[in-house]
Design a binder for this molecule. Structure first.
Ligand SMILES: C[S@@+](CC[C@H](N)C(=O)[O-])C[C@H]1O[C@@H](n2cnc3c(N)ncnc32)[C@H](O)[C@@H]1O
Length: 425
């Protein structure tokens, strides 16, 4: 019996012009992927791309939108460029804000910390579920050219010196379920971070200081608008010398060819994705205001340079910046000073009463940042011969005498230690 005729015969043809090497590459790739012909291979790639796109397109479900009406938020304070809302930001994302109206969401959500802070962190394992409606809302309000920047710290699992995966799970969920693209991960290094948890770091000595927050820069398309020239760093002394005395093009041992263009002055160096910002502010307008007014100081503020970096790199004056977990409205203050339109939404009214310190008077410019670089030693610059390993991995606490020996044997004698260092060593 002959084969039944296909209802969808492949009767149409199209020709694709290829160079010899493209043709060779495609034929090889098709064979490697198990296809007899390049056309089967191309059909397969097309179907896969359709599938990926379908999976990546998030659906803003009607029932989610209905759950979070606009009246969950109320305007709390207005400035020339922005508005602070008090309430649940899901009401803003699904009700008050228009679809595709936002250029940048710059935020630091409550972290899934094991030791809860007093603003109500979710347990790490429930974190992604809690985040889902926000993710949907972010997709709803962001423009295609926009960006979502999430500063999120890691967390230790209770009882063992091991780390939660919750912030990585969040990243994967945002990309796989909500179609975000990871434009680039950044790391915020806080040189003044205390070495916690002391039990693993100082007492049992089996972990090192956790001093970076991950900052996920995501985007609804692979092409968010951006320009790294907005955030150039001062040139190093070596580069300044090279600019003054010229550079001879050469090939590095790594194989990278460094052309003569390397010697051009571009006004500054492209910064790395490691942002060194100490978060030490313990006095200043905001804290003084809160103390005077007996308002709780927000326990998890980020430094103004963090939103400043992303607002400058990813938005133009007049663009819209939103912080849905506004806290003490650092993002709003920076956006106001940089002439962006903005909205901050915060659940707790008390934090907003404190935030008023940032808007009276309303900022019109940001303070100049001192350009002293932080020093980070290359690893293994101190000798440690003879220091024994903690062979049980820190399962048991060292006897007090042993712990002291471990603490003192690798320690460098330094005059003039800071207050923070003496607290924790
Ligand atoms: C890590 S803090 C943000 C701090 C802020 N970046 C700053 O520098 O002050 C997270 C904030 O999100 C707020 N929050 C939690 N759930 C919220 C919700 N559904 N809507 C609005 N704010 C919420 C918390 O009250 C907390 O102040």
């Amino acid at each position: 019996m002959g084969r039944p005729k296909s209802q969808h015969p492949r009767a149409r043809t199209t020709s694709v012009r290829l160079t010899d090497s493209e043709h060779e590459d495609m034929t090889r790739a098709a064979a490697l992927a198990g296809f007899n012909t390049v056309s089967d291979y191309l059909r397969h790639l097309h179907e896969r791309s359709q599938r990926d796109q379908a999976a990546a397109v998030p659906v803003v479900r009607r029932d989610t939108a209905a759950q979070f009406p606009a009246n969950l938020v109320r305007p709390f304070y207005r400035t020339r460029n922005g508005t602070i809302f008090q309430g649940d930001s899901r009401g803003f994302l699904f009700g008050a804000a228009a679809e595709k109206s936002v250029d940048l969401i710059m935020t630091s959500p409550p972290f899934g910390l094991v030791r809860k802070k007093d603003y109500g962190n979710e347990d790490a394992h429930r974190y992604c579920d809690w985040f889902r409606p926000f993710a949907e809302g972010f997709r709803r309000v962001l423009k295609d050219s926009g960006s979502l920047v999430i500063d999120i710290g890691g967390a230790w699992k209770p009882g063992t010196p091991t780390r939660s995966l919750y912030h990585f799970e969040l990243l994967i969920m945002l990309c796989e379920e909500y179609g975000f693209h990871l434009a680039q991960e950044h790391y915020w290094w806080n040189p003044s971070k205390l070495p916690t948890p002391a039990e693993w770091v100082n007492v049992r000595r089996v972990r090192v200081k956790d001093a970076v927050n991950t900052v996920w820069w995501l985007s609804p398309t692979p092409w968010p608008k951006a320009n790294n020239r907005r955030v150039l760093a001062p040139y190093s002394a070596a580069m300044l010398d090279l600019l003054a005395n010229g550079y001879t093009a050469k090939t590095r041992p790594s194989g990278h060819v460094i052309s003569e263009k390397f010697g051009h002055d571009n006004g500054g160096a492209v910064p790395p994705n490691l942002l060194a910002i100490a978060n030490t502010e313990s006095s200043g307008l905001y804290q003084n205001f809160c103390r005077e007014e007996e308002i709780a100081i927000h326990p998890a503020r980020f430094p103004a340079q963090l939103p400043e970096y992303f607002i400058r790199m990813l938005t133009d004056p007049g663009d819209v910046v939103v912080d849905p977990f506004g806290g003490s409205c650092v993002t709003g203050m920076v956006a106001e000073a940089l002439g962006r339109r903005w909205a901050c939404v915060e659940l707790e009214e008390e934090y907003l009463r404190g935030a008023m310190a940032r808007f009276t008077p309303c900022p019109t410019a940001l303070p100049k940042i001192r350009s002293e670089p932080y020093a980070l030693h290359a690893p293994c610059t101190l000798p440690a011969d003879g220091v024994p390993l903690v062979v049980d991995g820190g399962k048991t606490r060292p006897p007090v005498g042993d712990a002291a020996a471990v603490v003192t044997s690798g320690k460098q004698k330094r005059p003039g230690r800071t207050k923070q260092e003496s607290l924790v060593a």
